[in-house]
Design a protein around this ligand. Structure first.
Ligand code: 9MR
Length: 860
């Protein structure tokens, strides 16, 4: 019970009344392993302690107090305890606890079995009094129970005629020789358990005390050695706390499945070598969002029977529902809102505008990036298994729209105080337990107050959505833009409505006291969509302009400046070309920082905090830094960035010190028991494990839940992880981490084939005057084959309109310009050029289009 103000005297050492128990001195060399979790109740939570029939318990003032109903016959008629406690036969254990009761009575502490036949290892009976006492007692286990098995430590409070309240604290059970699962070193040979691309580096990390090189052997699925070599000792690795070797088998490029790597007698999980290893992850990672949809049934047709469930939170009992949701009492709004739909944030049933915003943005940006500098065909209609598939709209847009429409509903309606702002979040009034399917949630739902951060999230995403749906659904596009502009004005009028950082009952707080980044992001999205000078001034006048907030920690829901930069770097505007180059440079400079750091690490992951610790959702940050590496490749085409981005996948898919694939369903040892109220197989075998494609939050040095705190104390940063459903601070899933994974997974799928060298180059020259310009474009065929017909494409940065073109058939749609050859200039030999040109009206400053393509391939 450290860090608590409460102090009290511990007056007595409890008498050991249990007869016939062998009392042993602790085994000489036994490690001091703590076997109970959350024994000091410092987390303020009961979990993973439980109360049985006849008792109800809670943590009050740092003690675990159980109200006990009297009138029971046996001690075990009223229980509290903890399951999953490990015991080893023949090992010594020391149990300590403090206890007191409102009324004096005997209680028992019982080490034993959680299930029938409820065998006992040891039972001690003590008398608890109003005066707190401290009890200590040592016993030897006669039974074996693995960690998270059927071992139990229980307190028996029954057998009394009267009601009572009994409080325990500082419960500790120390003994055994097997390390607790959290700190047990993982199997030493760590690889990307899914696989490697033939042409990319193939490296593994190996924990081994040897200071000299170790021989390694790569074996194929039949067990035959296909390559061998010597490891490179890397020394003590800070992230894992282990002595690490690197193995590099990049030279082996033969496509195959079921390879294993053996180093010093230890063998890796199996993996493949193939250009296709990662191609389907882009769809599994996007499927996550359909699973998380609120307000609609999740149909077996799309997810399989195992994951199907009824619609959640539609005001159908026992749900109180997301229609007519009132505000939290005392925050100054007396209306109700209809806010059904959207995505559940994570393992909980909250829906948060701050976090929903970055998630929807990133899914949309995955698509917009593909449109601008990548290949959007893989993200077309019919690619995902969702109800909208086949409607003629890219599925990824349909999925994102589910969230965008929810965000729009969170806007304060006209006529109300703070109209135009957005409520920070909507969630349950009280936290619910696990498991609990959304449609079974009985909690009242409530809105938090509008906040500036949420309002700007809405403005940014709605502005981005407006341009992406401009031609697909003009009415929706206009509705989104109107909401975005209204939100931005409301945020400007209320620039410091900061969400209450302590509003964390029943849902996450998502407190964010700095909104400079959200202002910049929203202004950037609005400027790119509208070209309006006011937004432009807010972008160029921001202290964050030109990539100032891009750094090696990365971006996330609380730090969104980079989102504005990414949009500005991808979508042509009238901003000076030098400024866009500066944003791209900030991205590549940061990517260089990641590569330099990864080169020093035993298990390379691009993410750096000042003190080397890992934080909640570290995998989300790692993935977003993978996005930075990927963009650096998009902008420079330098191979080192492509290798870095794939290196991120290696870490996430198993080349890490816990030897887990952090993506469910992917790899030989993927996470299964993520913190989720539906995918709760660990708690209820009739429920499923996580479906393929969900990214666990990953290592978190701060161990902010009782399970992690109990099992992982003292962990090196990259090992602060356990695949346990109640370990929510290390093993939750959430929409913003999956949007990062999905973005990166789409990119790695796209870049799984080596890009041919650019097959064209373009020289663009223009003369401009007040209201127009005249441009000449020289296209050069830099490929080895002749063009027999060509199509040139580029986009204007502003509201330019083609007036007249020559030497090609010219057309314009929105800002996109297309020119196709005329009969006489369609054939262009390798190395030859063709010159075309046009005149255009140009109301604002005209900039050079950033990207040209010929016949679908981007030119230099
Ligand atoms: O992702 C959030 C992380 O950055 C915070 O440190 C943490 C504690 O405030 O909360 C995380 O967000 C959780 C949210 O509050 C509730 N839904 C689940 C989210 C992921 O764990």
């Amino acid at each position: 019970m450290p860090n608590r103000a409460r102090r009290r005297a511990l007056t007595a050492t409890g008498a050991l009344l249990a007869a016939g128990l062998l009392v042993l001195p602790p085994a000489a060399a036994a490690a001091e392993y703590e076997r109970v979790v959350n024994g000091d109740f410092a987390s303020g939570e009961v979990n993973p302690w439980w109360n049985g029939a006849g008792t109800t318990g809670s943590v009050v003032g740092g003690e675990f107090c159980s109200k006990v109903t009297g009138g029971t016959v046996n001690g075990y008629d009223a229980l509290a305890g903890q399951n999953g406690v490990a015991y080893e036969a023949g090992q010594s254990y020391t149990l300590k606890f403090d206890a007191r009761a409102v009324t004096e009575q005997p209680i028992s502490a019982v080490a034993g079995e959680a299930v029938d036949p409820y065998r006992q290892i040891a039972r001690t009976e003590v008398v608890v009094t109003p005066e707190p006492q401290s009890f200590t007692y040592t016993f030897e286990s006669t039974l074996d129970f693995p960690a998270a098995g059927n071992g139990q430590l229980a307190f028996w409070f029954g057998g009394q005629s009267f009601d009572n309240t009994i409080c325990v604290d500082n419960v500790s059970l120390i003994g055994g020789v097997l390390p607790p699962p959290g700190l047990e070193p993982a199997a030493p040979v760590r690889v990307n358990q899914v696989g490697y691309l033939p042409d990319l580096p193939k490296q593994a990390s190996v924990a081994n005390e040897s200071t000299t090189p170790l021989p390694w052997t790569l074996k194929n699925a039949a067990g035959a050695a296909v390559a061998s070599g010597q490891s490179t000792p890397k020394g003590l690795d800070a992230g894992s706390g282990e002595n690490v070797h690197l193995v590099d088998f990049s030279a082996y490029e033969t496509v195959g499945t079921g390879y294993t790597l053996t180093v010093g007698g230890d063998t890796s999980h199996p993996f493949d070598i193939s250009p296709d290893v990662l191609t389907d992850l882009r769809y599994d990672s996007l499927a996550f969002f359909y699973h998380q949809r609120s307000g609609t049934p999740i149909e077996a047709e799309y997810v399989g029977a195992e994951y199907a469930r009824p619609a959640g939170h539609l005001n159908v009992a026992p749900n109180k529902g997301d229609n007519d949701v009132p505000c939290l009492a005392g925050i100054g709004c007396d209306y109700t809102l209809d806010v059904p739909g959207g995505w559940y944030d994570a393992g909980d049933h909250g829906k948060y505008v701050v976090n929903g915003g970055i998630s929807a943005w990133q899914v949309l940006n995955e698509y917009e990036r593909a449109l601008r500098v990548g290949d959007a065909t893989a993200l077309g209609d019919g690619k995902l298994s969702i109800p909208e598939s086949g409607n003629g709209v890219p599925d990824i847009l349909d999925e994102a729209r589910w969230e965008v429409e929810f965000l729009l509903k969170m806007q304060v309606p006209a006529g109300q105080p703070l109209a135009g702002m957005a409520h920070h979040k909507i969630h349950d009034a009280q936290w619910t337990g696990l498991p609990l399917l959304p449609h079974e949630d009985p909690q009242v739902r409530r809105l938090s107050a509008p906040s500036t951060a949420a309002t700007l999230n809405l403005a940014a995403v709605a502005a981005q959505a407006s341009r992406l749906w401009k031609d697909i659904d003009p009415a929706f596009s206009a509705q989104a833009l109107a909401a975005a502009e209204k939100a931005y004005l409301a945020a400007e009028a209320n620039p410091a409505k900061i969400a209450d950082p302590n509003d964390g009952t029943g849902g996450g707080a998502y407190g964010d006291s700095t909104v400079t980044d959200e202002f910049y992001w929203a202004a950037a999205e609005l400027f790119v969509t509208t070209g309006k000078s006011d937004y432009r001034a807010d972008v160029t006048g921001s202290s964050l302009y030109k990539g100032a907030s891009i750094n090696t920690r990365g971006f996330d829901w609380g730090s969104t400046g980079a989102l504005g930069d990414i949009t500005l770097a991808l979508v042509p505007t009238t901003l000076p070309a030098g400024d866009i180059a500066a944003i791209r440079q900030a991205i590549t400079t940061t990517a260089d920082g990641h590569l330099a750091q990864m080169a020093t690490q035993g298990h390379p992951a691009p993410y750096r905090t000042q003190d080397g610790s890992y934080e909640w959702g570290s995998n989300g940050l790692v993935a977003n830094n993978g996005v930075v590496l990927a963009l650096a490749y998009d902008f420079t085409k330098q191979e080192k960035y492509r290798e870095g981005a794939f290196g991120v996948m290696n870490y996430l898919l198993g080349r890490n010190p816990v030897n887990y694939s952090y993506v469910s369903g992917w790899g030989d040892q993927p996470v299964r028991n993520v913190h989720h109220r539906h995918w709760a197989n660990q708690l209820d075998p009739t429920l499923p494990i996580a479906p393929p494609g969900a990214l666990s939050g990953g290592p978190n040095s701060a161990l902010q839940d009782p399970i992690a705190a109990g099992l992982l104390k003292g962990c090196p940063a990259q090992r602060c992880f356990i695949d346990h459903i109640e370990a929510y601070s290390v093993n939750e899933v959430t929409v913003n981490w999956n949007s990062a994974l999905a973005w990166l997974a789409n990119w790695t799928a796209e870049k799984s084939t080596v890009e041919p060298a650019a097959s064209c180059s373009v020289a663009y020259t223009a003369n401009g005057w007040n209201s127009g310009l005249s441009a000449s474009v020289v296209l050069k065929n830099t490929s080895a084959a002749a063009w027999n017909g060509w199509t040139l494409k580029f986009a204007f940065g502003g509201e330019q309109k083609l007036q007249h073109g020559w030497s090609a058939n010219w057309s314009q749609s929105g800002r996109d310009v297309t020119a196709t050859n005329l009969p006489w200039n369609g054939t262009v030999a390798p190395g030859a050029s063709v010159t075309v040109g046009f005149n255009a009206s140009s109301p604002g400053p005209a900039t050079t289009p950033s990207t040209f393509s010929v016949n679908g391939s981007t030119c230099k």
